[in-house]
Design a protein around this ligand. Structure first.
Ligand code: CU
Ligand code: CU
Length: 467
């Protein structure tokens, strides 16, 4: 009788839980874009369990929230969440709580009221046992499930971290040097790396690359920098456009929740990389912490019809290219310089999507601000079917540009300003001409709309060219 009523409670609780989950799912679907972004950020999920919980049996019982009173409740988390589980002794017998796959265990204790917690990052997806490792207790019933990423409530979906290539600040009007304020926030984001694949990115302002910054030689750049309170790591800023130790890193290494302001004077014009400089620097850069800052010369830049912002980087995941679910960063692969993914603007094939492809009209003059975050690989940047009319090599704007260039080398932590006019309509493919990388996600499209130009380019289309 007693057992039946407990079961009835559990059943009604799980129905209630199901309802709550359905409602929550409905709500998150109805959210506007900015909210959806914050929902995708890394969260801390906390659970409390007591031993026995007055049942007189060898079980865990949930305390608080959806699991209150539930025997061996199923705990859920999203990939990338930080999970904290607190165990409280409520029956005066020796117990602990262990999850083998995450290599975590509470202390063992036997006194009523004693407690201990485990905290770990949900860096694998699947269903895992939590259990008491005191001999016999698991078999007697002290075991439950932790589900990461495979239930409907924990769907594998990340935020769109791709910086749109058309998101370029407007050219500067002729003006005297002034003070320019820049707001940058280090945010660790669960982001979409590829279809069905998510990763925890480190970002500036939620996207890869971070925002492009545009100033003029002689300007004083005042940087307001904050590390989001939800971050797990410290972060900092190194501006290649700054003159001084660490390019600003000495002023900006911030723990989660900290903020600071520092400034530098833009002494040299050019197109420069900025990036996080917190060790392991290569790790932070690989995870997405880079961007470009353009310091215009006194006279500004020649006018063009369209400007684009594209950066290349490579990603080192434990799981092979194409693995779905949550993928983990591999320090070993990074040290061996064996990336699984190469990306323009943060994600595999990011600039081939309808949403983020580059678009122009026939006859437009185009300028691409192209940079390499890396951390390690140089780019042999090429646009298939186009010839660069001008390349400002090495990001040097004060040198005369190279003219009529097929492919340009851009070093890790370097940039180039590339200009050309569109003369034939169609789809052009942005690549690194080290073309194996195209099969690891490194590709973008430039669509040029307009009348066919048979006097320049003429023939009968063949199938299967891939262009
Ligand atoms: Cu960082
Ligand atoms: Cu650097």
């Amino acid at each position: 009788m007693k057992r039946r009523s407990v079961l009835a409670i559990i059943l009604s609780l799980s129905v209630l839980l199901g309802l709550v989950l359905t409602l929550t799912a409905g709500l998150s679907l109805a959210q506007s874009d900015p909210d959806a972004d914050s929902a995708a950020r890394q969260a801390t999920v906390e659970y409390t369990l007591v031993t026995g919980g007055g049942t007189g049996q060898l079980v865990f019982v949930g305390v608080g929230g959806d699991i209150d009173g539930v025997v061996n409740p199923t705990l859920t988390a999203r990939p990338g969440d930080v999970v904290k589980i607190t165990l409280i002794n409520d029956d005066g017998m020796l117990h602990d709580l262990v999850i083998d796959e995450f290599d975590v265990a509470t202390d063992q204790f036997a006194d009523r009221g004693e407690q201990d917690s485990i905290t770990f990052t949900a860096n694998k997806t699947g269903t895992f046992d939590y259990y008491c490792s005191v001999p016999g207790h698991k078999a007697a019933g002290m075991v439950g499930k932790l589900v990461i990423g495979t239930s409907a409530a924990a769907a594998v979906e990340g935020a769109d971290i791709v910086r749109d290539p058309s998101d370029v600040p407007a050219p500067l009007p002729p003006r005297e040097p002034q003070t320019v304020e820049v707001d940058l926030v280090a945010e660790e984001v669960l982001g979409q790396l590829a279809d069905g694949t998510v990763m925890t990115y480190f970002t500036f302002n939620g996207t890869v690359p971070g925002p492009m910054i545009r100033a003029r030689v002689g300007d004083t750049i005042v940087v307001n920098f904050r590390n989001e309170v939800s971050s797990q790591f410290p972060h900092s800023l190194d501006f290649h456009a700054a003159t001084g130790p660490g390019g600003g890193a000495v002023f900006s290494n911030l723990a989660p929740g900290e903020e600071t302001t520092f400034s530098f004077k833009a002494l040299n014009p050019g197109l420069y990389v900025y990036h996080c400089a917190t060790p392991s620097v290569a790790h932070h850069i690989a995870m997405g912490m880079y961007g470009l800052i353009l310091i215009e010369p006194e006279e500004g830049l020649p006018e063009v019809d369209r400007e684009f912002y594209v950066m290349q980087g490579e990603l080192y995941t434990e799981e092979p290219f194409g693995t779905t679910g949550y993928v983990n960063f591999s320090h070993e692969k990074m040290l061996n310089e064996q990336p699984e993914y190469f990306v323009f603007n943060g994600a595999a094939g990011a600039l081939t999507s309808d949403e983020h492809a580059l678009r122009a009209e026939l006859g437009d003059t185009i300028r691409i601000f192209f940079g390499v975050g890396g951390p390690n690989f140089i780019s042999s940047f090429h646009v298939i079917g186009e010839i660069f009319d001008r390349v400002y090599d090495q990001g040097s704007i004060t040198s005369n540009p190279l003219t009529d260039v097929q492919t340009t080398l851009v070093p890790a932590g370097g940039a180039a300003m590339i200009e050309f006019q569109t003369q034939v309509p169609g789809r052009y493919i942005l690549v690194d001409h080290a073309l194996s990388r195209a099969e690891r996600g490194l590709m973008g499209y430039l669509y040029v709309e307009g009348e066919e130009q048979p006097e320049i380019f003429n023939g009968t289309l063949t199938h299967g060219s891939g262009h």
